[in-house]
Design a protein around this ligand. Structure first.
Ligand code: GDP
Length: 366
């Protein structure tokens, strides 16, 4: 039976197609895009080598599977995931990695949908990943729980993935970095990483992309956005969105004010002048200017060596976060730690044992 007409278990065995309904196979990981998943491989388990092969052949279902493995919080999957990344690395690196941030409602997802399709029409393959600092709390996702970017999601040259849920931001950053590698190995040459401007997420995204785009809007909340000077200092380009209809002039004014303010700020990338321009994600206006800026930036980065240097620094950060995670994994799965930890926790909580002594006891165990 094909995937579309798979019958749920409660359907009588001899029932006809009238009972057929659309059910995703059990192998579908939570949050995976059902549209992207149309050709999900049926078998439950694949080796890292098999997944890597599927990914490098550009198969989206295998790419989704690869990312599920990379994102797994289970120590059991950690080594398989790392083996997979090792196999994918040689085929990675050939993309432009663009971070996109902005307050909720600025139009990020509308922009990603329009810009993504615009890029695909020009021969690119576009992957969209997200970092959502709230997801570990809500177990939801800024992308996963809404039917956003539907048109982009349906396009065979796109791949959309909600943010990994759970875990510390450091772990999320490591997973996103490795997911990016998987997307590149699958042939995606533009990677868009969306984040809501909350907490440390912008600095985290900045530390893994080549180019950082800040999306703003004119009018309500200008003052508030302006306060976020720190974010402006991370941006390589500011796009004042919703420059359409009656809002064209206010948007242009806002861009002008931002350009004035930018004179006084330190540029995010040495030698590169961060500018503000206007666009309309809804009406596809100004997308070309944004892409031109990305191209100009890449040229500047490649000519000056900044591009290569930035990527080298990022690899170092990746190393640090992977190291931290690997050490923690090894520590937590050590049988001596496992047997001692609950008792120590209990005694610390009851005030029977000083915190530092508890830590020392545990470290001395291994
Ligand atoms: P996000 O929270 O930053 O992802 O913002 P959304 O993409 O969900 O957009 C928030 C609202 O702004 C939605 O109602 C969009 O339709 C609207 N919007 C987004 N881009 C534009 C635009 O370029 N022009 C206008 N007029 N509305 C837009």
């Amino acid at each position: 039976m094909d995937e579309k007409h798979r019958k749920p278990e409660w359907v009588p065995r001899d029932a006809g197609k009238e009972f057929a309904t659309r059910v995703l196979s059990a192998g579908t990981a939570p949050g995976e895009n059902a549209v992207n998943n149309a050709s999900q491989p049926r078998r439950a388990r694949f080796s890292a080598a098999e997944i890597a092969k599927g990914v490098t052949q550009g198969n989206r279902a295998f790419l989704a599977r690869a990312i599920t493995l990379i994102e797994s919080n289970s120590p059991r999957h950690f080594e398989d995931g790392q083996e997979l990344v090792r196999l994918l690395l040689p085929a990675s690196g050939n993309s432009v990695r663009i971070g996109i941030t902005g307050t909720p409602g600025a139009g990020k997802s509308t922009f990603i949908e329009s810009f993504g399709i615009w890029l695909i029409e020009r021969g690119h393959k576009v992957a969209v990943l997200a970092i959502d600092p709230s997801s570990s709390l809500s177990l939801g996702s800024i992308l996963g729980d809404k039917t956003r970017m539907e048109k982009l999601g349906r396009h065979p040259n796109s791949f959309i993935r909600p943010s990994p849920s759970g875990g510390a931001l450091g772990g999320v950053a490591r997973k996103t970095r490795e997911s990016m590698i998987a997307c590149e190995a699958a042939g995606y040459d533009v990677i868009l990483i969306e984040t809501v401007g909350v907490g440390q997420s912008e600095t985290t995204v900045r530390s893994m992309v080549d180019f950082f785009l800040l999306m703003q809007i004119s009018g309500a909340g200008d003052e508030l956005q302006g306060i976020k000077k720190g974010i402006m200092e991370l941006a390589d380009l500011i796009a004042v969105n919703k420059a359409d209809g009656d809002n064209i002039l206010p948007a242009q004014q806002a861009a002008g004010e931002l350009n004035n303010a930018l004179h006084y700020l330190r540029p995010a990338t040495p030698g590169w002048t961060t500018r503000a321009l206007t666009c309309s994600a809804l009406e596809n206006l100004g997308l070309d200017k944004i892409w031109d800026a990305v191209q100009g930036f890449l040229e500047h980065g490649k000519n000056t060596g900044i591009f290569a240097e930035r990527r080298q620094d990022q690899v170092l950060q990746w190393f640090e976060s992977l190291l931290t995670e690997a050490v923690l994994n090894r520590f937590n799965s050590d049988p001596r730690v496992k047997s001692q930890l609950p008792g120590l926790r209990d005694r610390v909580q009851k005030g029977e044992l000083p915190v530092l002594l508890a830590v020392k006891t545990l470290l001395d165990e291994i």
